[in-house]
Ligand binder design. Structure first.
Ligand code: RAM
Length: 331
């Protein structure tokens, strides 16, 4: 056989052997996020890719709308149904608005779970919370109390800068914050506003909070987009030391603001582990590997399911000047 032909045949063969995409028996799992371009979700995607590598026959489709709307997610999900993916794992912009389209997905044999921000039980099989909602709510208020202490005052005002008004997760956490507040009599909640997990809107809302409440002591943002924008706003407005920012954020995005003093401390769980665990759950559902009480999450262990299919992972972790740099390279 001519050498050239042999080389060409070998090249084709090796392409066939190394090309992993769209193999017939690949399990295709769509990770649908609130919006593209949010660091928290990109870290979750890293975990999803790790799970896919571990499982071997999984392809992750990381997708979401460009802004944090239910309409945008409905469009994305329609297209995933047309592509006949095997599973959809969604962090929802609205717990009810997505139910009809997700029901349609389920009718077509697609497994559906929510993670991070939940879908109502009618629209999914499992919902994976990053941690106990009550704990997250209480922790956010405790962080605000820590900020007052850092400022050296005994009592003060706090305001909440949230994501969208329909975010399932932030709404539950705000409710839990309000439940915990009576135990923190030093804190007065003076306002709750919404930055929609858009950097520019969150920034404007943070500036408006400072203008509308001249004696504001703490902005609590239970969103990675909101906390970063608020810290930037406090720093740009020259209010470091007067208005403290706290809530839920990524060490990689906030290390500089801890150093500047705009943030005393903040919390988050590991978003890589969350994306990994959501992928494992979706995969096991596709395999039919799930009982009424639990489903496995690979290296993260068992997810115990309550009657509505809700599960929760581990406790959030608190970051401050003593440890933020150690985690800034990870997520
Ligand atoms: C943002 C999103 C996400 C939330 C984190 C804390 O990235 O709103 O849903 O879990 O913040």
């Amino acid at each position: 056989m001519c050498k050239k032909l042999f080389a060409a045949a070998a090249a084709v063969l090796s392409i066939a052997l190394i090309s992993p995409a769209h193999a017939e028996d690949d399990v295709r799992i769509a990770l649908v996020v609130k919006a593209l371009g949010i660091g928290f979700f990109e870290a979750a995607n890293e975990g999803a890719q790790e799970a896919a590598e571990e499982l071997g026959n999984v392809e992750i489709i990381y997708t979401g709308p460009t802004t944090t709307t239910a309409e945008g997610q409905i469009e994305v999900i329609s297209s995933l149904i047309a592509q006949r993916v095997d599973a959809i794992a969604v962090s929802a912009n609205d717990q009810d608005a997505l139910v009809p389209i997700l029901k349609r997905a389920q009718q077509r044999g697609i497994e559906v779970i929510s993670w991070d921000s939940g879908v109502a039980p009618e629209g999914r099989t499992v919902h994976l919370n990053p941690s106990s909602n009550e704990l997250i709510g209480r922790m956010n208020v405790k962080l605000a109390a820590d900020a007052l202490e850092a400022k050296g005052v005994n009592a003060g005002q706090m305001a909440i800068l949230s994501a969208t008004p329909t975010s399932t997760n932030q709404n539950i956490w705000i409710e839990e914050m309000e439940n915990a507040l009576p135990e923190f009599s030093q804190l007065e909640l003076v306002d709750t506003v919404y930055g929609d997990d858009l950097a520019d809107k969150s920034y404007r809302e943070a500036v408006a909070l400072m203008r509308n409440h001249p004696n504001l002591d703490v902005i609590v943002a239970p969103t990675t987009v909101g906390i970063l924008a608020a810290a930037q706003a406090v720093s740009d407005e020259d209010r470091i030391g007067e208005v403290y920012v706290t809530g839920l954020g990524l060490p990689s995005e906030l290390a500089g603001h801890v150093e500047s003093g705009a943030i005393h401390n903040f919390a988050i769980w590991n978003p890589i582990d969350l994306g990994y665990a959501a992928t494992m759950i979706a995969y096991n559902l596709v395999q039919g590997d799930v009982s009424e009480d639990y489903v496995e999450m690979g290296r993260m262990g068992l997810a115990e399911l309550d009657d509505d299919g809700n599960a929760a992972m581990s406790d959030p972790f608190v970051y401050d000047a003593s440890n933020v740099a150690d985690f800034a390279d990870i997520f």
